[in-house]
Design a protein around this ligand. Structure first.
Ligand code: ZN
Length: 375
């Protein structure tokens, strides 16, 4: 019996594997930080044995509520991921599973590796609609990739999407995969119409270092990138520094920042109603965006979400708030569940890569309904 995690995105510490019905593990803290929640490891040598895999420090992680009504994902072929029975007693997370094969992977959510990211952005650039370039280097000198889709022009709306500020929220990559492939589909009328009116600037993974390090929330310097937008540091949060610089160059008419939420079993957005610049125009735009998304994808809802900011009290260190304020534009944090959408559950997979991708595709209909009102 062996448990390992020394691979892209891996995270686990082995405390004891003496007995298959009492495998004791711990989630490692994020780089230079106290955050923890993401786990991803490989287990070998337990085929046919009922295993009880216990994560002893689950109660000490970033969001212990995230473990309630949660089931871990597992895979034998690294393509198909399924949920396995998981329980939480307030401190210990227990995964009960009898593997069918000698080697099995377990994770917090279906992983999306750096190699998958590179494949995705390079297959996108083959389209005549798309240009791939790097905006600068991460802390560990990896490329910060930007996809520009559509022809830039003064008459075009500038639409930005950013994903993986929080690297453990891998559903954001699956969302982007759906979004990008639909936008590049030249037989899709919604995408073609949008590209007549807008140009898209897409950052499919702004925190590549944190993703590879197996972090939940921070980059290689221990910075939570989604608290760096008011004043990013060129050395400690270069990922935000370079993206913000490019946004200043292009302008922004709409910004969507794609995330996952550990606790809430719903899809929702965090709005900009608390930014000082919030006004009637932004409110009308936001209301239209939300009601349209409900129409086109029943996985979206507005009853459940974060507590709303008081007027003028939004935290401008957060990407969506800072960009909304700075560019006086509609700017939303999009949150998907780790668990499932409780209004429309699908227990076999819970919230999944497939559903994230379809959800990402669906927002193009929403953008088309408001594109003429942007700016
Ligand atoms: Zn997040």
């Amino acid at each position: 019996m062996k448990i390992s995690s020394n691979f892209d995105g891996g995270n686990i510490k082995v405390l004891s594997i003496d007995s298959m019905d009492d495998i004791q593990l711990e989630i490692r803290k994020d780089t230079l930080s106290d955050f923890s929640q993401w786990f991803y490891f490989r287990m070998q040598g337990a085929a046919g044995y009922p295993c009880s895999i216990k994560i002893l420090n689950a109660g000490d992680t970033f969001e212990p509520d995230g473990w309630k009504d949660y089931n871990a994902v597992a895979s034998y072929d690294r393509l198909n991921w399924f949920r396995v029975p998981t329980s939480f007693n307030g401190q210990v997370l227990s995964i009960e599973h009898k593997p069918e094969f000698n080697s099995v992977f377990y994770a917090y959510f279906t992983p999306f590796s750096y190699e998958q990211h590179l494949d995705m952005v390079h297959s996108a650039q083959i389209s005549p609609l798309c240009v791939l370039e790097s905006l600068g280097d991460t802390v560990q000198e990896r490329d910060i990739d930007l996809l520009t889709i559509g022809d830039p022009g003064d008459d075009k709306r500038k639409i930005w999407l950013i994903a993986r500020q929080h690297p453990g929220e891998t559903m954001a990559s699956w969302f982007m995969e759906g979004f990008i492939s639909r936008l590049l589909d030249e037989s899709d009328a919604v995408s073609r119409k949008l590209l007549q009116k807008a140009v898209f600037y897409l950052i499919p993974n702004i925190n590549v270092d944190g993703s590879m390090l197996g972090n939940l929330r921070v980059n290689a310097a221990g910075r939570n990138l989604n608290r760096e937008w008011a004043n990013p540091s060129k050395s400690e949060s270069p990922e935000v520094y370079h993206v913000l610089h490019k946004m200043e160059e292009t302008g922004v008419d709409l910004n969507l920042d794609i995330h996952g939420d550990e606790s809430l079993p719903y899809n929702f957005i965090s709005s900009i109603q608390g930014i000082p610049a919030f006004n009637e125009r932004l409110k009308t735009l936001q209301d239209k965006f939300l009601s349209r998304w409900i129409e086109v994808n029943p996985d979206f809802q507005i009853e459940h979400g974060y507590k709303k900011d008081e007027p003028g009290k939004a935290n401008l260190n957060i990407c969506s708030k800072q960009i909304g304020q700075k560019f006086n534009c509609l700017s939303l944090t999009v949150e998907m569940p780790f668990k499932d959408n409780k209004n429309l559950p699908y227990p076999a997979t819970g919230w999944s890569p497939e559903r994230s991708a379809i959800y990402g595709e669906s927002v193009l209909n929403v953008i088309l309904s408001i594109v003429d009102d942007l700016r």
